[in-house]
Design a protein around this ligand. Structure first.
Ligand SMILES: [Zn+2]
Length: 413
């Protein structure tokens, strides 16, 4: 058991008892004995972040192919460099990504990349939660689609190494995947009761190409293919019309909003407030560092808020509480994980922030400070599943993780 003493929670000072992986008690004063007592004077507790769309092992591509649109960037800079990746690169790359996520307060992420057992190994060792999908991309080659489906079955047949890691599936996008692959993965996702993720309507070109090739818009196509539902996650979903938003709402499909990546690649701006008003399940993701260029959910919240206000031309769009909620609670909820709130009975996934940090003073509105002023230097401790993954800004094996990452980069670039 861990006892947090004198921690600032929602304008009150209180004590919080962590029993196993859950928040067991919250009271003004707790005199319970505990294995560890942490003095939290001048620290506040907040839920940790859930990053619902990223590509962890893309860390080596930070700063590559700048100032290009999505399709030039993918074809000229990303795909050719990814072709050089070898299986042994993925563990050090994933560890480096997780290091950045922990430092910026994220305890759960949804990945979308290759060599998934290596990422699972990194997540398991470093103590985070993750949704790790098996990759689907066939470039319209039916034989490749069949191979992928068979390999995905093998992946899903093997149980996850622990409860923090959920196995899943992904199809890259409708412009890289055949109908056979998308429907095959969707059938598997239903059979194994796992999540299915896909990039959808990220850029206008995808919508135009889809209309030309299939005679309908991307979300309409995926609805026809029967893949939408509460265990399906659409990443980006920038260019949706009213009918598509209605389909998303009706099916309970989850959206991962990635504002920084969308702005940077010139893909467009989601009208966040329109989606919120329609009542769709909205979560927040950073996308990979190749298009962000960081994994910080703190800066992602700021871009989400500003982008929402700009797109709607209204200060009432992207309100503080809504933005904080999509970055925390909504992400965990989408994956059936009882976290994202500091309440008794919830999983002990949280961050401690330094209330004397220059970015958090004065403390007129902590969530607003976190969205608009903070950076990762405000975060002192990160807990996932009741265990500290960062204590007083120290993460185990940090120097080794950085050295291994530099070695991989010199190998690849
Ligand atoms: Zn992506």
């Amino acid at each position: 058991m861990i006892l947090l003493k004198n921690v600032f929670l929602n304008s009150n000072i209180c004590d919080i008892l962590i029993d196993g992986n859950k928040i067991a008690k919250i009271a003004d004063k707790l005199n319970t004995s505990a294995d560890e007592i942490i003095d939290c004077r001048d620290k506040a507790i907040l839920p940790s972040f859930c990053n619902t769309h990223t590509h962890a092992s893309m860390m080596f591509l930070r700063g590559i192919g700048e100032d290009k649109n999505l399709f030039d960037w993918l074809n000229q800079d990303i795909f050719p460099r990814e072709a050089k990746l070898k299986p042994e690169h993925f563990y050090p790359l994933s560890r480096y990504a997780i290091l950045e996520m922990i430092k910026t307060g994220t305890t759960c992420f949804t990945d979308m990349y290759f060599e998934v057992p290596e990422t699972i190994r990194a997540v398991e060792e470093m103590g985070l939660r993750a949704i790790i999908p098996y990759p689907g991309m066939d470039f319209f080659d039916e034989e490749e689609a069949e191979k992928r489906i068979q390999r995905a079955i093998k992946y899903l047949d093997k149980p996850s190494p622990n409860s923090r890691i959920k196995k899943a599936l992904y199809c890259h996008a409708i412009y890289t995947c055949s109908q056979k692959l998308v429907e095959g993965f969707s059938d598997l996702a239903q059979k194994y009761d796992v999540y299915l993720q896909i990039h959808v309507s990220e850029a206008q070109k995808e919508v135009d190409d889809c209309l030309q090739k299939y005679g309908c818009r991307p979300v309409e196509l995926l609805y026809k293919w029967g893949i939408m539902g509460p265990k399906t996650l659409f990443a980006h979903a920038v260019h949706l019309n009213d009918e598509e938003i209605e389909l998303v709402k009706k099916t309970g499909t989850v959206l991962a909003h990635c504002p920084t990546s969308n702005l940077k690649l010139g893909s467009g701006q989601m009208n966040l407030q329109r989606y919120l008003d329609a009542g769709v399940k909205l979560t927040l993701g950073t996308d990979g560092v190749s298009s962000n260029n960081s994994l910080s959910m703190i800066s992602e919240m700021k871009f989400a808020a500003l982008s929402a206000k700009n797109k709607a031309a209204s200060v009432l769009a992207g309100k503080v509480d809504d933005i904080f909620q999509i970055a925390t609670q909504n992400g965990f909820n989408a994956f059936g994980i009882k976290a994202g709130e500091i309440k008794v009975g919830y999983l002990a996934d949280f961050i401690l922030v330094d209330m004397n940090n220059q970015f958090l003073l004065p403390n007129n509105n902590l969530k607003s400070n976190m969205i608009y002023a903070a950076d990762s230097s405000c975060i002192t401790d990160v807990f996932c599943d009741g265990k500290a993954v960062m204590k007083n800004r120290i993460i185990p094996h940090e120097a080794e993780i950085i050295a291994d990452f530099k070695h991989v980069c010199s190998d690849l670039l």
